[in-house]
Write a protein that binds this ligand. Sequence first.
Ligand code: FE2
Ligand code: FE2
Length: 134
Amino acid sequence: MALQWKAEYSVGVEIIDAQHQELFRRFGALTEACKQARGKEQLAELLDFLSDYIVFHFNDEESQMLRYGYPGFAGHREEHRSFMGRIEALRKQLAEGGSSFPLLVETNEAVLRWLIMHIRKVDTAFGEYLQGRS
Ligand SMILES: [Fe+2]
Ligand SMILES: [Fe+2]
């Protein structure tokens, strides 16, 4: 079964949670495509989507952090920048060398790791901070 967003990943800000759900959904579409041996075709679509979507998602998240004076802001923003760099590097590889199985595996791992390590842990830490405030 594809990795799914769960209520326990909620940050408690509706728009952020909706964006996270969309990220899980898009990754699920890639997983599904891989099962049908269409992963290589779907790769460009996911990377193009992410390249735009994470920019405004991170902006939204960071402005919420600033608004609520989140003390972990700088480190969190650093993680966002590093992931944006990672996605751009993968897009560059795709543009230069075309879609390939190793690139598909690399992208899969990078995005999966992001969903598990960042959304599930780092973003929810901000959610806990927000809840502690109210
Ligand atoms: Fe996020
Ligand atoms: Fe984040």
